[in-house]
Write a protein that binds this ligand. Sequence first.
Ligand code: DGY
Length: 318
Amino acid sequence: MAFRVYRPYVFPDTIAPEIAKELKRLGVKFEPELHEETDAIVCLLGVKVDAALLGRAPRLRVVSNVAVGYDNIDVAACTARGVVATNTPDVLTEATADLAWALLLAAARRVPEAERFVRAGKWKRWDWTTLRGADVHGRTLGILGAGRIGQATGHRAVGFSMEVLYTSRQRRLLFEHTTLARRVDFKTLLRESDFLSVHVPLSKETRHLIGAKEFSMMKPGAILINTARGPIVHEAALVKALKSGRLAAAGLDVFEQEPAIHPGLLKLENVVVLPHIGSATDSARRRMVETALRNCLAALKGEMPPNAINAHALEQKK
Ligand code: DGY
């Protein structure tokens, strides 16, 4: 039996032979358009999967997101139609934590600003006061949301002799054991962190979780890092906090209205901006596609996908 899979983006990576073989065996045909006969969707986070889109594909069994975050998918609407939604956890954890650290170090030590300074021909002599930044070693890293990526980011802090604080719905005992991290409440995290790294998923509860009030509670001179989702941080309030000097700097890989960035942020020297590249390494991206395809294939075969977000959707369909 052949399956028709809507795949709006062509992934250039070579995938494992057993996956390619299985796709062939099942007669999976990838198509650039969604239509009434579509059985599955394999998509990136730029594709908004809502009730309207689902309504156009009555045969749909699975929405396989090639991302760990799935705020682009209306999961409740999928469940109501018996469509299973899946994501790609684990395979991008370390790559994203690496990037959080790239931002942290770049923002603290003013790396992009220093590079701009050199390229602009402004470096005339070694100078005592030029481009002084913030110490990283020995300071306090606050992890907002100690899931997989939050914990991986926290683990790296051990090498910098940092104190690690975290918030999480559950206690993370192994994480505490390996990093000596302390679980605290949100307010304490804001008050005590020199670096605050955001790792919660975007949801109704976390949209604008960090705004003017939260910035006013943070340590003067703290640095904000966001590799999670842009709308968790109120960008206009962030601009104010950075301009006023309340925050020393920010390192951002994600934005409220990607790819647009608040113009106020782009005017500031003390902000490092990246184009949402947390998972952008060859191996992470290849493994994300493979994970998404495995999820998709499982659902097409009537099995439970390894990374089902709404496993109960399949019950609905029975
Ligand atoms: C994700 O997976 O959610 C990232 O934001 C993109 O890789």
